[in-house]
Design a protein around this ligand. Sequence first.
Ligand SMILES: *Cc1c(COP(=O)(O)O)cnc(C)c1O
Length: 379
Amino acid sequence: MTQIPFHRPYVARDQLAYVTDAMHRPWTSGYGHYGERAVHLLREVTGAPHIVLTTSGTTAMDLAALAFDPRPGDEVIVPSFTFVATANAFVLRGAVPVFVDSRPDTLNMDEDRIEAAITGRTRAIAVVHYAGVACEMDRIMKIAERHDLAVIEDNAHGLGGTYHGRALGSYGLLAAQSFHATKNIQCGEGGAVLTADAGLAERAEILHDKGTNRRQFFRGQVDMYRWVDLGTAFAPSEILAAQLVAQLESYDLIQSQRRSLWLRYHEELADWAAAQGVARPGVPDGCEHPAHIYYLLLPDLANRQELIAHLRARGIQAIFHYSPLHSSPAGQRFGRTAPGGCPVAESAADRLIRLPLYAGLEDDAQSRVIEAVKTFRVT
Ligand SMILES: *Cc1c(COP(=O)(O)O)cnc(C)c1O
């Protein structure tokens, strides 16, 4: 029985050729030929005026938080149901993450719970578009405006997604993308920060290059480069950027494959899910998502664990997702939980299972996954 992995990184047509080419160019560090091309291609997908590449989605969040510059003790509202990088970036700046619960349908931060979490110290709302399905951005932007807060997007799942026609990653003052091996577009480890704010973009470029204005020097804007600000080394080498270029050139192909796989799960599991009391992903009107994750919500932890074992016994790897941050050891040490706690995040963490979904997953393999799921009975 051949094993069906949860994920297999897609290798784009020109990926190896570009890596070989990148290795033989005189310039193999950051900001080279492929780095520039990757930024150009990313601009086409996201529409973002300013983009800086990083070595991961985590360092993209770090750079966004560094550029945003909270003061120690400032509070940033974050979902509990997310990856650690969303909160860690602000904790590293001395800020306090305030964990807000999720909506049960999309698992995104519940917009109805944000205002109760705001205090005199709140500076920002960091949103995560779980599975690439947009948060309720109209409401969230209004709340942010009313309380004079910045919005920062952890858009690790949402590259190419839209909310009422507007690209995810374009709502925040700053947004972070991830090109980790498990994401739709991947170069092993990679990321990017997007912004439309020219001042923040200029600062981010300096923070990104060890606190120097070397990029301005290379463009001939200054006659020498110096240490002018804080900073560290965020730039990916040309070897990584070359892979990103090849992936972005195959963007349409990757996305159309993922979309059909996602839709097939959604359609063919509908009757089984209804009969078994299993919830499928909610996609509110106005949300176009990039088919990053296909998940199911079982009635409880025991059934979720049994379904994982049931699939494993049939050679299929399926996984759970996100241990909620509010109750994690570091979340308790560095953060605070919004009034009402995070019961939805806790329940989702127990009940959620992600099915194999990647460009290159063959129809036969997906049929096997679907058939295996359909033979499972909730007890
Ligand atoms: C993948 C991911 C990141 C960052 O991931 P890296 O592995 O560092 O690229 C950040 N936030 C979320 C929600 C993610 O899923």
